[in-house]
Design a protein around this ligand. Structure first.
Ligand SMILES: Nc1nc2c(ncn2[C@@H]2O[C@H](COP(=O)(O)OP(=O)(O)OP(=O)(O)O)[C@@H](O)[C@H]2O)c(=O)[nH]1
Ligand SMILES: [Mg+2]
Length: 684
């Protein structure tokens, strides 16, 4: 049989831009497969997925929804992934463990760029993918226009598998899509809401378009199949089996991306999609090979693709079984599996074992993390490739709302970061703050509401402090004497300091020019210490840098001088001297590389201009055709919410990397604001 369908369970991720209808598609699939008996809706808060309070409240997916379904004789695990770019880590982690992805998008040619990062990742990881154009009930323009817009976003050729059958035109506008012709089987179907489509004779009106689209489909397939190419050139019609076999093989080999359409909300086209998955998603061994695992090996090998801390304190490790099988109670990586569940929801069915191709949740593996490779016994051995960890894009300083809870905060957040590697807590010693870093404001808000809902911990947030510095602009000579006579021992220290600015980036330098012992040697380190201590907070309220201080002269008292007295004298000299040297604020400037699709490059430039930035240049993005990287210097202050504006300008796909570059003098209105605010802070 040229087109034998793969046997054994397989796993499919449902991915795609925010709100394209992925959770609705999962709902529809589970309904069609008979996994669920009543179909719910995201809008009503009744869908199978998105059951957590945070997801329900926002009507968005914030962590993967996992469920199994059997369509005809084929078993699938489906993972409906978050669409929001802010929750992308979970999506990337999940994709590592699947046999294929269904990329769900909307029928809007103006929004296709939103697919770009995802398609790029699928390319990199060599994951076979279908595109499912959802909400076809809302499609305004022709499907072929959408395809034209989509093709440049995909490195692989798209193969349209259906052409729409439309109802009568209404007021000069094309009629709604009421069915489709399947181009592989050349059969026509009319949709019925929440039921299987009905097969009908091919309407005359679509015959021309059908023949054209089928011709295009076959040509695409023939690009990778010489025999088919010869047949087409000889005007022969290929057999249906030969076409199906090509569709299956070319998807497996990553040569084509099949495109189907429908409306998840009404089950339109969902059975057609499931049929394509059933026949064309490669067998589990293919993905195992991608992970570097020999699927023929009967020994168990698996990989964790998501970690969940359950409300009862237990841990679930969502695991793709790459090879062999795993039974409840087996010891993997040195720990005993306590429970195997088909999914992550509270009532996920418990099973005795799982086999290659399945994705199941393993209970109580306390020491394994997302991405880890699991093996029987002590574990170890070759590690499977994992998804990259996303760099933090947005941070907020956090503090427990009740002082007493401060100690609990770090431990509580550790639970969240265990679940989500794109979230992390930084202890910023410089600013004396805890900063929670993540992918955007919604990401952090959700994390904080999880802290509140699950652990009863209320948290207050502020923008993180910017590490300003200060220096002086003119050299100063300063004499300072600390003298105290109060009964018994007195205190005496006397120093002459020469305080001078240094070039940017020099830090701090101290030098003693004492000759003839006017300040005895043993007191000199104390002088340096006093100066350094003072430099922790200069006259403007910030650490002082790029400064040279020389101890040029001084005097001492045989009885009353001490290290303490000289240290105090040095501090006094600094506090009197620095304000005379024209203190000036220094702000940190970062080198920022902003990556955007080229059509957004002017917007990225404007964004930098609007944030006191300096553009350094732009270049094509390596490995990303159609993308640019704009490089610029940007004040750190302007970076706090940069990602939010960048995303709103670029359909959510723009992002940046950055690193501290240098300090730069800040004067004028901005500087005054910073100084006033710091003063108020210190007075509090
Ligand atoms: N008209 C129409 N609306 C749909 C269809 N499928 C989904 N929707 C609507 O689109 C909205 C988003 O649906 P979801 O299923 O939550 O989308 P999602 O892709 O899972 O969203 P995220 O996971 O947050 O990215 C909901 O209001 C759905 O009712 C469809 O086929 N037609
Ligand atoms: Mg969703």
């Amino acid at each position: 049989m040229p087109n034998a369908k793969p046997s054994g369970p397989r796993s499919v991720a449902i991915v795609g831009p925010y709100l394209s209808g992925k959770t609705t598609l999962l709902e529809s699939i589970l309904h069609v497969c008979g996994t669920t008996h009543r179909k719910g809706r995201v809008a009503d808060g009744t869908s199978f997925g998105d059951a957590s309070p945070e997801a329900r409240e926002r009507k968005m997916t914030i962590e993967p929804n996992v469920a199994t379904g059997r369509y005809l004789d084929s078993d699938f695990t489906f993972i409906d992934c978050p669409g929001s770019i802010e929750f992308q880590q979970a999506t990337l982690d999940a994709l590592i463990g699947v046999d294929a992805a269904v990329v769900v998008c909307e029928p809007d040619p103006d929004r296709v760029l939103a697919l770009s990062p995802l398609l790029h990742f699928l390319d990199e990881q060599k994951i076979p993918r279908f595109i499912f154009v959802n909400k076809i009930d809302k499609a305004r323009g022709p499907v072929r226009d959408l395809l034209k817009a989509l093709q440049p976003v995909s490195q692989r050729p798209l193969v349209l598998r259906q052409v729409p059958i439309r109802g009568p035109a209404q007021g000069g506008v094309a009629g709604p899509v009421i069915g489709y012709v399947d181009l592989a089987s050349e059969r026509a179907f009319i949709y019925h809401d929440n039921e299987a489509s009905e097969i009908v004779p091919m309407p005359d009106g679509v015959k021309g378009r059908e023949a054209e689209a089928r011709g295009e489909m076959l040509e695409r397939l023939a690009d990778f199949d010489d025999a088919l190419m010869e047949q087409l050139l000889a005007d022969e019609t290929p057999t249906r089996d030969a076409v199906f076999a090509d569709l299956q093989r070319e998807l497996r080999d990553g040569l084509i991306v099949p495109v189907l359409f429908g409306a998840a909300e009404t089950d339109h086209g969902v059975r057609r999609l499931l049929k394509a998955l059933r026949h064309e998603v490669p067998a589990a061994e293919e993905a195992a090979m991608r992970a570097g695992v020999d699927a023929a090996d009967s020994a168990f090998c698996g990989q964790v693709i998501k970690t969940v801390m359950t409300p009862h304190g237990g841990k679930l490790s969502l695991t793709r079984v790459w090879s062999g099988r795993i039974a409840d109670g087996t010891v993997v990586n040195g720990e005993r599996v306590a429970g195997i569940y088909k999914g992550l929801s509270a009532n996920a069915p418990k099973v005795g074992e799982a086999v290659a191709g399945e994705i199941v949740a393993l209970g109580r593996l306390d020491h394994v993390h997302t991405g880890d490779t699991l093996r029987e016994g002590r574990g170890g051995g070759d590690a499977c490739p994992r998804a990259p960890r996303l760099a933090p894009a947005y941070g907020l300083a956090i503090r427990a709302a009740r002082r007493d809870d401060d100690v609990k905060l770090s431990a509580a957040i550790a639970k969240l970061t265990e679940e989500d590697a794109s979230l992390f807590l930084e202890t910023d010693a410089d600013a004396q703050q805890l900063v929670l870093w993540g992918q955007g404001d919604i990401h952090l808000k959700v994390a904080l509401s999880q802290l509140k809902n699950r652990l009863g911990l209320a948290v207050e947030t502020t923008p993180p402090r910017v590490p300003y510095r200060e220096t002086i602009k003119r050299p100063v000579t300063q004499h300072a004497r600390h003298k105290r006579q109060s009964g018994g021992h007195g205190q005496f220290g006397d120093v002459h300091l020469y305080i001078a600015p240094l070039p940017r980036g020099s830090g701090f330098a101290f030098e003693s020019r004492i000759v003839g012992g006017t300040v005895p040697k043993q007191y000199i380190p104390a002088v340096e210490e006093g100066i350094k201590e003072f430099c922790q907070r200069g006259p403007l309220g910030f650490p002082v840098v790029d400064l040279a201080v020389a101890l040029t002269d001084g005097s001492y008292h045989a009885v009353d001088s001490s290290e303490m007295a000289f240290k105090t004298a040095a501090r006094l000299g600094m506090s009197e001297g620095l304000p005379k040297g024209e203190p000036t604020l220094l702000e940190p400037i970062h080198k920022v590389d902003i990556a955007v699709p080229s059509e957004f490059t002017p917007k990225a430039n404007a964004l930098i201009g609007g944030r006191r930035g300096q553009i350094l240049g732009f270049d094509g993005r390596t490995g990303w055709p159609g993308w640019d990287v704009v490089s610029a210097y940007l004040p750190r202050t302007e970076m706090h919410d940069l990602i939010l504006e960048l995303r709103s300008l670029t359909q959510g796909v723009g992002h940046f990397s950055h690193a501290f570059d240098h300090l730069q003098e800040l004067v004028g209105r901005h500087a005054d604001q910073v100084i006033t605010q710091r003063r108020a802070e210190l007075e509090r």
